[in-house]
Each structure stands twice: as C-alpha cells, then as structure tokens.
Design a protein around this ligand. Sequence first.
Ligand SMILES: [Zn+2]
Length: 402
Amino acid sequence: MTYSLLIKNARTRFSGGETVSIGVKGDKIEAIEKSLPEKEAEQVIDAKGNLVTESFVNGHLHLCKVYTLEMVGQDALSSYHGGTMGGAMTAIEQASRVKERYDESWIIENVRKACTLARKYGNTHIRAFADTDTKARLEGIKALLKAREEFKDIVDLQVVAFPQDGVVRDPGAEDYIRSALELGADVVGGIPWIEYTDLDMQEHIDRMFALAKEFDKDISMLIDDAGDPGLRSLEMLAVKTIKVGWQGRVTAQHCRAMALYPEPYFRKVLALLQKARIGLVSDPQTGPLHARVRDLYDAGVSVALGQDDIADAYYPFGRNNMLEVAFLAVHLLWMTTFGDMEIIYDLITTNAARAMGIKGHKLEVGGNADLVVLNAKDVYHAIWEHEAPLHVIRKGKDVTVH
Ligand SMILES: [Zn+2]
C-alpha cells in the first residue's frame, strides 16, 4: 500500500475552494493531489468538502491547576480581572493556597480529563506548565510527566517546570526546578515580574537561564502580567536571550503590560523581540489587558494563542478547544474580518508551532500528519461554530473521540 491513510474531498486553506486528496504514510504527509487512488490506501476518510488543516497547538496551559477553581474559591478571580490588573500579584498569592493540598494522586485525574478534551478538540500539542516551588513541590511535575507518557501518541505535552511564586521570593524553588529537570521536565519556566525589585527580576532570569544552559533546555516565562507599564522583564528576557545565544528557544507568555507601553518603548521592545527571536503567547480571554498581537504578527514575531487556564483560580471556563480560544480572541482583539481570522488561525496552528519549536507542523508534502478534519468549509465558519473536529489525525493515525 502506498498510503496508510488517505483523506479525500478535503478543502484546505490554500486550495482555492477546490477539494484535494491528502495521502499519509506513517506519520508524514506523502502527497497532496487533486485526487489519489483509494485502492492504494489502507484507510480512507471522506472529508466531504470540509476544511482540513494542521491540528491545534496550545502555547500555554497551567495543566497542574485544571479544575481547581471550586477547591480554591473565587477570591483570586476579582483580584486578577479587576480594574486595570492592579491586583494581579495579590491574585497569585491567593491562588497559591491550593498548593498546600497538592498531591499527584488527584492532580493526575484532572490532567487526564483535560488531555482527553484536548484529544476531542484536536489540540495535539500543549506547552504545559506545572507549578514547581516550595508549596507545590514536585507533585504537579510528577503528574504531568506521567500524563506526557500516557498521552504521547495523542497529545504532545511539553512540560514546563514553573516557579509560580518566584525564585528570589521563594527560597528553595530553584532546587525544585533542578529536581524537575532531573526527572525529565522539557522546559525551564520563570515569572520574573513577580519579584519585588528589578535587581531580583534580573537575578530570577539569570538563575533560570543558568539551569536552561546546564540542562540544554528551552525557556518559557510568564512576563509582565499586570497593569503596570513600568514592568521591564520582557526587555530583560530578550537581552539575556541574545547575550547567551538562546535565540529561537525562548517564549514569553502573557506580556499584558505591553498594552500600556508608550509607543517609543513598544518599538524598542519589538526590535529586541525580533533580534532574540522570542515567541510570544497571548491569552486574551483570561485577563483584561493583552499584548499587541496584531502588531507583533505584522512584525514577524512568532505569536501564538494559549488556553492558559481551565477552571482554576484565574479563569472559570476552558475546554482545551483552541477554536473556542480563537473565537474569543477575535472579539477581544477586534480582529473580525475574514483576513484577520486567517491570522488568528495561524496563531493556533502553524505560528504557534513555530513559537514552540515544533518542526514540520505544516499541511504540505513532507509535513507531519497531525491534522484535523473540521465540520466547516472554511476558517470563518470553523471559528464561528468552534465545534470539535470530525476527525483528529495524530502521527498519521485517526485518534478521534466523540
Ligand atoms: Zn498563565
């Protein structure tokens, strides 16, 4: 057999309204033609003129905290979302209480539930953050590493060891990050803006980069996630990235302070982001301020969207449905034209993959056979209805659940 899987009558984003056949062999796309011989395929899926695209990529999810909102209570929600995010640090302090009860045995159940939803909604790649600090210890990390193994053929979890309560502020957190890396965590986390002074922020960044270098890991940091245009940790992160030669290996999540930057400072930071090739992940649905997604995209920065939270202290909803995240982003970023929606779609597929260092995530010959067959004819209708895909293809296999 030439193909292990063949998808016929597929419309793609670039097939000009025509349908094509997509031939898959193993975990790669082998051919895309007007039509391909069905008898040469072990399995055939009829897309019936629906849109077929790359599967969805989620640039940021606090996976250890999913479904903890009802356990932790609602205090943090109003602190985080109120006014112009002046209380964001208070929210993190309130939310951290839940970690006193952290235990791998109940966390893993929640993680499995979220990963099963990811499968349903065709969200096959997730940069998954686990709080790794003196309160959470290694309980979240252990649960996520277990889930990474369990779901490895369906959902690719890039596990981030994340010192949610700071590094300088939380003596001992750094040792837990080191232990998490020794256990096999994929990415070094950070949240420099939460430290009390600029000097401490720099030290936070320096210490996490030292670990990343030692273990040869990529870096993902939560950056300037409050309504304060004076926060400077994005600039510090970019400068450090260039200094140590980690270009293309660093992502910055949130960066909400950017919404309040004076224009000259925004342009300076943009130039640094370009030089450092930092990927930027925005989650417009989980807070009232947003990074300047459209301007960053136009400047060629690898921008992505993230689910961020599923029913935790910071956000009450979420289903790991990146089309739902896209639907919300269209409103919150006011990117409502069809052209804008095509950009938004890039931010949950190809652009997000680029930000996260995933190679070959493209619907093209030789690309990865990680695909979705949607119940929609084009991107506009896909975002409008944000339904689960009709088929989810992962590593060339149909892994659909309904
Ligand atoms: Zn977050």
